[in-house]
Design a protein around this ligand. Sequence first.
Ligand code: NFE
Ligand code: MG
Length: 503
Amino acid sequence: MPQTITINPVTRIEGHLGIRVEVNSGQVSAAWSSGESYRGFEQILVNRDPLDAQLITQRICGVCPIEHGVASNLAQEMAFGAQPPDNGRLLRNVIAAANFIQSHILHFYTLSAVDFIDVTAVLNYQGADAGLNYLKTWVQNELARVDYFPAAPLLPRFNGDYLTEAGINLGALRHYLTAFEMRAEATRMGALFGGKIPHAATLFPGGVSQPARLEQIVEAKKIIRRLRHFTETAYVPDVLAVAQAKPDYFNLGRGCGNYLAFGAFHETNDGSQKLFPSGVLLGGTLQEVNQSLIAEDVARSYFSSASGLHPAAGETTPLAHKPDAYSWLKAPRYGGQVMEVGPLARVLVAHRRNHPTIKPLVDAVLQRLGRPLNDLVSVMGRHLARALECQVLVARTEEWIDAITPDGPTINRFTKPANGAGYGLTEAARGALGHWLQITSGKISRYQCVVPTTWNCSPRDDAGQPGALEQALVGTPIADAAHPIEAVRVVRSFDPCVSCAVH
Ligand code: NFE
Ligand code: MG
C-alpha cells in the first residue's frame, strides 16, 4: 500500500509551500506541490501609471525585489523605446548583483546547510564567542520545542577544520554566522546605489535615477572584495565539502531534464550581450529563447481564467474553491514542455555556450570531484551551480564597479507613449523571470509576471504533466516516513520562494 506523506508548510523557504508525496516501497512514486497563498499583484498593477510598475512589483518579494524592478524596467524600456547609458547599466547590474549574492548566501547557509550539518555539535561549545553562545542557546531552545530531523552525519569540514576554541572545532558553523554579516554587507552595497534595500528607490526605465559619487564607488569596492573573499574561501569550499560528504545527493532530485534561462546582467546597453547567457535546453538540444512559446495552464490552479494563455494576453481571476485545483501557482510551460529554471539551468546553458569563465570553473570543479557534467542535474548539482555562479558574479561585479564613472550620467530621457506594450526577461536568483506590460490610454491595462518558482514548483498542467519539482521528487528514497529529510533536501535544492511564485 502506498503511504502518503504531507510536509506543509515546508519551512526555511520563503512563503508557504505544501508538499505531498506518495511513497511506495520506500521511494517517492508521485508528488504534488501546492502554493498556499494568493497575493494579487497582477490586479493591483492595473490602472496604475506605467512608471509605478517597478515600485509595486518590487513588493512582490523582499528577497528578490531588485530583479522584479529590473524586469519592470526592461518591459517599460521596450514599450518606451529606451535604454540606459553605460553608467546606468553598470549601476543596475551592481544593485542586482548585490541582491543575487545575498540571496545565494542566504539560501545555502541559512536555509539549506542546516539540513546537512549536525547543529547539535554546538551544544558542547564552552568558549566565550558571543555568536556561538547565542547559537548554542538557540539550539537548546529548539531541541526542547520540536521533534528534530535526525542530525546529518558529522561532516569533517562543518565540525572540524578551522576554528578551535576550548578544544572544540566548529568549522562552518562559524560561517553560518558570518553568512549573516555577508548578507548585510551585500545589502549595504545594493543600498549605496539603490537608495534603500530591500525595495530600491533608484531603479527607473532608461537607467537609474541617481549618479554614483566617488566615495560610494570606493565603499562598494571594499564590500565586493569582502564578498569575493567569503565566496571563494567559505561558500564554495563549504558546498564542495557537503558535496564530498553526501555524494548520494548527486543521484537524487534529477527532475524534468529541460532548462530555460532568459539570461541577465547586461554587458551592452541594448542587452544583446549578457554575463549569464540565455538559452533553452530541450531534451539536451540548445535553442534560442522564443518568448512567444510561453503559456500558462491553470487546469489544477485556483483560477477561473482561461487556460493556456500567453502572458501578453494573460488573465488572473482567482477562484478559491475550484474542484481538482490544488495550488495558487499557475503552470507555465514552454512550447508545452515542463522547464526547470534557476542556477542549474543558467550554468548548463552557459556551459553549452562555452562561456569563458563559467565553463572552465565548472569543468575544474567536476574534475576535482571526479564527476561528469550530467551529475550536476541533481540536488547537490543545484547547490554547486549556485555557488559557482556566485563566484563568477562577485568577480565580474568588482569589474563593473571599477568601470563606473563617478558622477557620470546614469539615465536616458524617454517619452511615455499613451498606448504600447513590452516585456522584460531577466534572471532572478531563482531563475528566469518575465514581466509582460500593456499600456492603454496612459495606464497599465494588463500586467503579467511569470516567476522562477512558478516554473519550478508549478502544479500539473492541462495535459497532466507534473511540474519540475514534482518530477524531481519522484524516485527519492525515504528512509523514515516520520522524518522525510531526503524529500525536503530535494525541495530546498530549488530554493523555492512561494511569495514570488503566487505574486
Ligand atoms: Ni521571492 Fe524570486 C527570485 C523571483 S522566486 S525570491 O529569485 O522572481 O520565484
Ligand atoms: Mg503571473
